[in-house]
Design a protein around this ligand. Structure first.
Ligand SMILES: [Zn+2]
Length: 116
Protein backbone atom coordinates (compact mmCIF):
# COMPACT_ATOMS: atom_id res chain seq x y z
CA UNK A 1 0.00 0.00 0.00
CA UNK A 2 1.53 3.25 -1.12
CA UNK A 3 0.05 6.43 0.42
CA UNK A 4 1.17 9.77 -0.93
CA UNK A 5 1.68 12.82 1.30
CA UNK A 6 -1.61 14.45 0.29
CA UNK A 7 -3.67 11.40 1.31
CA UNK A 8 -1.81 11.20 4.64
CA UNK A 9 -2.42 14.92 5.24
CA UNK A 10 -6.13 14.63 4.45
CA UNK A 11 -6.44 11.57 6.67
CA UNK A 12 -4.78 13.27 9.62
CA UNK A 13 -7.01 16.33 9.17
CA UNK A 14 -10.13 14.15 9.22
CA UNK A 15 -8.95 12.34 12.37
CA UNK A 16 -8.12 15.69 14.00
CA UNK A 17 -11.52 17.21 13.24
CA UNK A 18 -13.33 14.12 14.51
CA UNK A 19 -11.28 14.29 17.72
CA UNK A 20 -12.08 17.99 18.12
CA UNK A 21 -15.83 17.47 17.60
CA UNK A 22 -15.81 14.56 20.07
CA UNK A 23 -13.95 16.70 22.61
CA UNK A 24 -16.42 19.58 22.20
CA UNK A 25 -19.42 17.28 22.65
CA UNK A 26 -17.88 15.74 25.78
CA UNK A 27 -17.01 19.17 27.18
CA UNK A 28 -20.55 20.43 26.60
CA UNK A 29 -22.11 17.34 28.19
CA UNK A 30 -19.66 17.50 31.08
CA UNK A 31 -20.35 21.13 31.96
CA UNK A 32 -24.10 20.60 31.62
CA UNK A 33 -23.98 17.71 34.07
CA UNK A 34 -22.02 19.79 36.56
CA UNK A 35 -24.19 22.89 36.32
CA UNK A 36 -27.55 21.32 37.17
CA UNK A 37 -26.98 20.18 40.76
CA UNK A 38 -25.48 23.59 41.58
CA UNK A 39 -28.91 25.20 41.42
CA UNK A 40 -30.65 25.76 44.72
CA UNK A 41 -34.17 27.01 45.43
CA UNK A 42 -34.42 29.71 48.09
CA UNK A 43 -37.56 30.82 49.93
CA UNK A 44 -37.73 34.41 51.20
CA UNK A 45 -39.75 34.85 54.41
CA UNK A 46 -41.06 38.29 55.32
CA UNK A 47 -42.70 39.83 58.37
CA UNK A 48 -45.79 41.75 57.27
CA UNK A 49 -45.56 44.06 60.29
CA UNK A 50 -41.95 45.29 60.41
CA UNK A 51 -40.62 44.14 57.04
CA UNK A 52 -38.00 41.79 58.49
CA UNK A 53 -36.84 39.26 55.91
CA UNK A 54 -34.86 36.06 56.06
CA UNK A 55 -34.10 33.29 53.59
CA UNK A 56 -34.07 29.54 53.94
CA UNK A 57 -34.02 26.48 51.69
CA UNK A 58 -37.19 25.83 49.72
CA UNK A 59 -39.44 23.21 51.27
CA UNK A 60 -42.10 21.18 49.47
CA UNK A 61 -45.46 22.95 49.63
CA UNK A 62 -43.98 26.46 49.78
CA UNK A 63 -45.82 29.14 47.80
CA UNK A 64 -45.81 32.93 47.77
CA UNK A 65 -48.25 34.30 50.35
CA UNK A 66 -48.20 31.20 52.57
CA UNK A 67 -47.99 31.79 56.34
CA UNK A 68 -45.21 29.62 57.78
CA UNK A 69 -44.53 28.31 61.30
CA UNK A 70 -41.42 30.46 61.69
CA UNK A 71 -41.93 33.70 63.61
CA UNK A 72 -40.41 37.19 63.41
CA UNK A 73 -37.72 37.63 66.11
CA UNK A 74 -38.87 41.24 66.64
CA UNK A 75 -42.69 40.99 66.59
CA UNK A 76 -43.23 37.31 67.32
CA UNK A 77 -45.81 36.97 64.53
CA UNK A 78 -45.73 34.35 61.81
CA UNK A 79 -43.68 35.10 58.70
CA UNK A 80 -45.18 35.05 55.20
CA UNK A 81 -43.44 33.73 52.07
CA UNK A 82 -42.51 36.79 50.05
CA UNK A 83 -40.59 35.21 47.17
CA UNK A 84 -39.25 31.93 45.87
CA UNK A 85 -36.26 31.92 43.55
CA UNK A 86 -33.53 29.73 42.18
CA UNK A 87 -30.00 30.52 43.24
CA UNK A 88 -26.88 29.04 41.71
CA UNK A 89 -24.09 27.92 43.99
CA UNK A 90 -21.65 29.96 41.93
CA UNK A 91 -23.64 33.08 42.79
CA UNK A 92 -23.72 32.04 46.41
CA UNK A 93 -19.97 31.58 46.41
CA UNK A 94 -19.65 35.12 45.14
CA UNK A 95 -21.79 36.34 48.05
CA UNK A 96 -19.63 34.41 50.49
CA UNK A 97 -16.51 35.86 48.92
CA UNK A 98 -17.94 39.35 49.33
CA UNK A 99 -18.82 38.52 52.93
CA UNK A 100 -15.22 37.51 53.56
CA UNK A 101 -14.08 40.83 52.16
CA UNK A 102 -16.42 42.63 54.54
CA UNK A 103 -15.26 40.39 57.39
CA UNK A 104 -11.88 42.04 57.33
CA UNK A 105 -13.36 45.50 57.72
CA UNK A 106 -16.52 44.84 59.74
CA UNK A 107 -16.33 41.84 62.03
CA UNK A 108 -19.46 42.79 64.00
CA UNK A 109 -21.70 42.60 60.92
CA UNK A 110 -20.60 39.03 60.18
CA UNK A 111 -21.25 37.96 63.78
CA UNK A 112 -24.85 39.17 63.41
CA UNK A 113 -25.32 37.24 60.18
CA UNK A 114 -23.91 34.07 61.71
CA UNK A 115 -26.45 34.07 64.54
CA UNK A 116 -29.44 33.71 62.21
ZN1 LIG B 1 -41.64 41.72 62.51
Amino acid sequence: MNLDLYTLYMLSMVILSIAMVAYMILATLGSRGKREPEKKVITVLRCSKCGYTRTRDFKEGDYVGKVVDEVCPKCGINLVIDAIYEESITGLNQVLRNKRKRERTRKRQVARNGSS
